[in-house]
Design a protein around this ligand. Structure first.
Ligand SMILES: Nc1ncnc2c1ncn2[C@@H]1O[C@H](COP(=O)(O)OP(=O)(O)OP(=O)(O)O)[C@@H](O)[C@H]1O
Ligand SMILES: [Mg+2]
Length: 149
């Protein structure tokens, strides 16, 4: 991300007020640098928006916040992403647990071009699972209680 205003606009937020912090985050797809050295403090309990032209790296940066770039074979993340002070890329951190706690809503539902409901219900339908599908979908979307799955 090369937009200088985005790189600098969080400078006045104290790190102690930040729920997410990035330190020199760069993301490469192969040799292509899609995001360059982003330093951000994202405050808790506020809405933060990234605005920029198509292809400037907004989604790539947001995917760093829940380790979704790990699933793109050519992608490599450099720098630090801290969630409440914890480095999300530390070797001790389970990326599945990160994704459980930090959700992402996509421009288009995925992996299938159907509704979010149908994407979540897909596995149960394929396996002809018995029971109330509405409840299953709702439960799947709920935040797990702290420390539980
Ligand atoms: N999986 C990928 N493999 C290779 N290059 C990618 C991949 N995903 C994104 N890119 C490239 O990285 C750059 C940033 O893309 P990204 O999707 O993060 O931009 P964006 O700001 O979210 O755009 P939009 O506003 O269209 O959603 C673009 O040049 C894009 O082509
Ligand atoms: Mg995008």
């Amino acid at each position: 991300m090369t937009n200088p205003s985005l790189e600098n606009n969080s400078a006045n937020i104290a790190p102690s007020d930040a729920v997410l912090q990035t330190e020199n985050v760069s993301v490469f797809y192969g040799s292509f640098e899609a995001v360059r050295k982003v330093n951000l403090n994202i405050p808790r309990n506020q809405v933060t928006a990234f605005i920029g032209p198509s292809g400037c790296g907004k989604s790539t940066l947001i995917r760093c916040f829940n380790r979704l770039n790990d699933l793109i074979p050519s992608a490599r993340v450099e720098g630090k992403v801290l969630y409440r002070g914890t480095d999300l890329y530390d070797k001790q951190i389970d990326p599945v647990e990160v994704r459980r706690r930090i959700g992402m809503v996509f421009q288009k539902p995925n992996p299938f071009p159907k509704s979010i409901y149908e994407n979540i219900a897909f596995g149960a339908r394929v396996n002809e699972q018995k029971g109330n599908l509405d409840e299953l979908v709702e439960r799947s979307l709920e935040m797990p209680p702290s420390g539980k799955r």
